[in-house]
Design a protein around this ligand. Structure first.
Ligand code: ADP
Ligand code: MG
Length: 173
């Protein structure tokens, strides 16, 4: 449902999981995005398996990206994403480890071409350009999307090592 007179923005959400059946966590994550208020899920990438970066002593991750159009403001959208994480029992086996294991991580990677640097909300996501597990699925569904200050996603694709990822279940064309 849309708010009347609302400006809809394209936004991209990166999903990641490496605990409690990661593929199912991501499918449930996509299903939860379908139910966000004032928001349509317009595309979902294939699922990809990736080796953990940073903290290596943990299971592989499954990653994907969703495209939505939304009338939610960036902070409203982020809060809704964090609520979905909590609803799916987000737990960290190792607290406060950046890139540590998690049941479901939802990151707002792009919100239109807005640049935001507020407490608890940085968009574009600051580490997206280096992360093959974000750029490869994003390029699958939105190669022309612009990352403010960095260029379009298909250009960023040349700067990451796509060989680090294994496509698990391609989305039917
Ligand atoms: P990471 O995903 O980098 O491993 P966390 O998911 O634990 O880290 O980080 C959660 C915090 O990051 C949230 O409380 C949120 O406020 C903050 N944050 C800042 N910018 C973003 C963003 N673009 N998307 C998601 N979380 C963000
Ligand atoms: Mg996160």
């Amino acid at each position: 449902m849309n708010r009347p007179g609302l400006v809809m923005q394209a936004a991209y959400i990166a999903l990641g999981s490496n605990l409690n059946n990661p593929q199912r966590q991501l499918q449930q994550g996509f299903a939860a995005l379908l139910h966000l208020p004032h928001t349509q899920l317009v595309a979902q990438s294939s699922l990809y398996r990736s080796a953990p970066v940073g903290y290596a002593d943990q299971p592989d991750f499954v990653n994907a990206v969703a495209a939505v159009t939304t009338g939610l403001a960036p902070r409203e959208l982020l809060d809704a994403l964090l609520a979905i994480e909590r609803a799916q029992g987000r737990a960290r086996e190792i607290p406060n480890v950046l890139n540590g294991p998690r049941t479901l991580d939802l990151d707002l990677v792009l919100y239109g071409e807005r640049v935001l640097d507020e407490p608890g909300l940085t968009v574009p996501h600051p580490r997206m350009a280096q992360r093959a597990f974000v750029i490869v699925p994003l390029a699958e569904i939105a190669p022309g999307a612009v990352v403010p200050g960095l260029g379009c996603v298909s250009d960023l694709l040349r700067g990451v090592n796509a060989g680090d990822l294994v496509m698990l279940n391609p989305v039917a064309a």
